[in-house]
Design a protein around this ligand. Structure first.
Ligand SMILES: *[C@@H]1O[C@H](CO)[C@@H](O)[C@H](O)[C@H]1NC(C)=O
Ligand SMILES: *[C@@H]1O[C@H](CO)[C@@H](O)[C@H](O)[C@H]1NC(C)=O
Ligand SMILES: *[C@@H]1O[C@H](CO)[C@@H](O)[C@H](O)[C@H]1NC(C)=O
Ligand SMILES: *[C@@H]1O[C@H](CO)[C@@H](O)[C@H](O)[C@H]1NC(C)=O
Ligand SMILES: *[C@@H]1O[C@H](CO)[C@@H](O)[C@H](O)[C@H]1NC(C)=O
Length: 377
């Protein structure tokens, strides 16, 4: 072993000891030629760590808010069928987020078909033609994955003669024990198919100054409610402190529990999914209505795809103004819609957040059908 390598390993070791799970991160402005700072004080690095490709500006730069969204890297066939970003980092668990946009950068009015993998597992499949708003505005997609070989590989595979594209790439280290990995194991990638904050608009890193230690952004739940949801919906919000937030290993932010929706009857949500995979659902609750003062004042059932999976009494579980979260795995879905219902037993249901992740086994050869895991602006 060379001295240089030994010093390198030592410095990685001291890095990982300096915080509970390490805070290695990369914010790469793919296609960008200078380092830039966005309005949230994140410094985006000029493009680097790629194996090939070329750069371009989007066709309507003024349509995009942030510098890192205005340039892309694309991989023409002359660069080969497979191209990657390879980031050196300590082995651990990471949050990956990509920004993907076409915006007719090449003037061909043909959004490309391509696949993208993380650590060798296909996680996103982009198929032409993209919905118009997706092609023009772009979309953020994210996931959690383990990296065990000291480098993160994010690779793009062209389909036919199409050139894959990438607008920005973000990687942040997270707690390896988060999202129940002790039970689920480290052989799955958790691909985001919906991360909803109920009763609020979209927030989180890249969208607002609100912090989330893992870099997660939270979408508004409003567009995911079905017409079956009771007409009378109340959004609750509080500035009060919520106890039990920002705790290891999941570090769910306090803001998530400071808003909620409730109503006078059923609350129902529909989430688009790809069939034949398992999905990890994570539910977030907090009793933030001070009129609920004791257990049994508010009780409701959680129903997933018409199966009653849990009776919830938030006050009994956590008291008031305290976070309570609970997770449930749906196996081998046969439909492309996941329905989640909150059905009243006593009083009205209350919900602060829902997360839905596809559990994609490492090296699964059949990819999810479509890159549905998108956050539109
Ligand atoms: C993590 O962040 C803290 C505070 O921002 C800093 O002091 C520390 O050096 C960082 N650790 C790593 C591993 O970068
Ligand atoms: C961007 O920042 C990185 C890391 O601080 C630095 O190494 C690099 O030289 C900078 N690049 C440019 C083009 O300024
Ligand atoms: C976010 O906070 C920073 C520092 O406090 C501030 O300079 C910036 O204007 C804020 N950005 C937005 C979009 O609110
Ligand atoms: C509404 O509920 C009914 C009965 O439970 C169900 O058959 C129907 O599919 C639901 N509609 C939607 C839009 O979810
Ligand atoms: C998943 O369900 C399909 C039918 O819907 C079945 O053919 C397949 O064997 C199931 N896979 C597993 C792993 O249970």
């Amino acid at each position: 072993m060379s001295l240089l390598f030994f010093l390198f390993s030592l410095s990685l070791l001291s890095l990982s000891l300096s915080s509970h799970f390490g805070n290695t991160s990369y914010f790469i402005d793919c296609g960008g030629s200078t380092n830039t700072t966005d309005p949230f004080n994140t410094v985006w690095l000029s493009d680097r760590y790629f194996t090939g490709g070329a750069i371009s500006a989007v066709s309507e730069p003024l349509h995009f808010r942030y510098p890192q969204e205005k340039n892309i890297r694309f991989f023409p066939l002359s660069s080969g069928k497979k191209n990657c970003y390879i980031l050196p980092l300590p082995s651990g668990r990471y949050y990956f987020r990509t920004f993907t946009v076409y915006d007719n950068y090449n003037g061909k009015s043909h959004s490309p078909s391509f696949d993208a993998s993380v650590e060798g597992t296909i996680v996103f499949s982009w198929r032409s033609p993209w919905p118009e708003n997706l092609a023009r505005d772009g979309a953020y997609s994210d996931l959690f994955a383990f990296v065990k070989d000291g480098e993160a590989d994010v690779c793009f595979y062209s389909i036919a003669t199409d050139s894959p594209v990438i607008g920005s790439l973000e990687v942040r280290q997270i707690d390896p024990l988060s999202y129940d990995s002790a039970t689920i194991g480290d052989k799955f990638i958790l691909v985001n198919y919906g991360r909803l904050s109920c009763g609020s608009s979209q927030w989180g890193p890249g969208f607002s100054n609100d912090t989330d230690d893992f870099g997660r952004t939270w979408q508004s739940d409003s567009e995911f409610r079905t017409p079956n949801t009771t007409k009378i919906i109340h959004s609750l919000s509080t500035g009060a402190t919520i106890t039990g937030t920002n705790q290891p290993p999941n570090f769910f932010p306090a803001k998530l529990y400071q808003t909620a929706v409730t109503g006078s009857g059923i609350l129902e949500y529909e989430l688009a999914v790809d069939a034949k995979l398992d999905y990890l659902l994570w539910f977030h609750f907090a009793e933030i209505d001070s009129r609920v003062k004791q257990k049994a004042d508010r009780v409701f059932d959680v129903v997933v795809n018409e199966k009653n999976v849990k009776r919830v009494d938030v006050f009994e579980e956590a008291g008031s103004f305290a976070a309570y979260s609970w997770s449930y795995t749906v196996h081998n879905l046969s439909s492309t819609v996941l329905t989640v219902k909150f059905v009243p037993v006593v009083g009205a249901p209350i919900i602060s957040g829902i997360e839905n992740y596809a559990l994609v086994p490492n090296d699964l050869s059949t990819a999810p059908e479509q890159g549905t895991c998108v956050i539109l602006e």
